[in-house]
Design a protein around this ligand. Sequence first.
Ligand code: GLY
Length: 384
Amino acid sequence: MKAWIAPRPGLVKHRKSQIMEKITVPLGERSYDIIIESGGAARIGSAVAGLGLRGKGVIVSDLEVKRLYGSLVADSLTGAGFDVTVLTIRAGEENKTLDGVARLYSDMLSSGLDRKSFLVSLGGGLVGDVAGFAAATYMRGIRFVQVPTTLLAQVDASVGGKVGVNLPEGKNLVGAFHQPSLVFIDPKLLATLPAREVRSGFAEVIKYGIIRDPDFFSFLEWNHEDILSLKPALVEKSVAVSCRIKAKIVAADEREESGLRAILNFGHTVAHGLEALTDYTTYRHGEAISIGMACAAEISSKLGHLSESDADRIIALLKNAHLPVTFSRLDVEHIVARMRFDKKAIGETIRFVLARNIGDVFLSDEVPLEVVEEVLRRRCDASP
Ligand code: GLY
C-alpha cells in the first residue's frame, strides 16, 4: 500500500494547478526567499524584478543547460524589463578553477556588468559554485539569484551561500559565503535530468530525513519510487522539506562556526575520501554520500549510539533507491589515510557526523580509526 501524503496546509496556491511554496532563509539584512514552483520558470523575471533589481544582468550556465533552458529564463527576464546576456562556463569538475572564474570575469566585463548589475546562475551545483564565486568577487560583489536545475542543487547546493572553486591541491579551497538574493526552484526542470543524477540528488534528500526529520524519512521509505520517477507533488514536497531543513540550519549557523551546519555533512567524511581517491570520476557526489551514509550509520551503531534496526533502515532505503552502499577496488588503508588528511586528523580518532536516531545526529571527534576501518572493510565488496 502506498502512503499518499497530501501537500501541507501553508502551501500557497498560486494559479490553477500550480502550487507555490515560499521558504525564507532568515539572515537579517541578507535574508532571502526560496521559491519552489513547478512549471514556474517563466515567472523568474517577475520574481527577480520583485527584488528591486533593475537594468543589466547575466545568466551563467553550461552549454547543455543553456540549450535546454537558456531561452526560457532569458525571455522571462527580458519580458520583465531586464537587459540580459547568457554566458556559459565549461561543465566538469576540472573547470571549477580560478582560470574558469577569470574567463567568466572577462565575459561579465564585456557584457557591460557594473556594481549594480546582477547574475543569475542557471545549472547544477558546479555552475552555482563558480557563478556564485564570480558574483561574490566581481567588483567586490554583486547580487545573484540561484536557479538550480539538478535535484542535488535544488535541495542543497543552491541554498546557504557556499560558493567557490578548487585548487590543484584540493576541492573548494578558495571560496566565500555569499548568500543569493533569491533561490528560484522549478522542479519541472528536473524532467531532462538523467536518472542517475536524480538518484544522486535523492541521496541528499534522504540525508535530511536522517539528520532532522524522522517523519520525512518514513515518507521517503513509502514514496521513494514515485519521487525517483519525478511525480510532481512528491518531488515538490521532497524539495520543500529539504530546503526548509537546510534554511533553518543555515539561519542558525551561517558560517559553519557552531558545529550545527557541519551536520549537513552526514556521510561526507567517507564520501570525500572515496571521491578524492577516484579523482571524482567513479562516483557521482550523491553516490559517494550514499556509501558514506551507510558507513556512518554502521559506525554509529557499532559505537552504541544508533540501534541496529535504524542503521538497517537507513541502508535499506539507500538500496531501495538504487544507490550504492558498498564499494570495490579501493584499499581501506588508502581511504582512511585520505580522510585523515582531509580532516587534518592527529592521533587515533577522526571527526564524524554520527546518528543517535533517525532524525537526530551529532558531531563527534572521537570516532576510533579502528572502528572506521572495520566498517569500511565490511562495506568493501560486501554483497550489495
Ligand atoms: N552542502 C553543505 C553546506 O551547505 O553546508
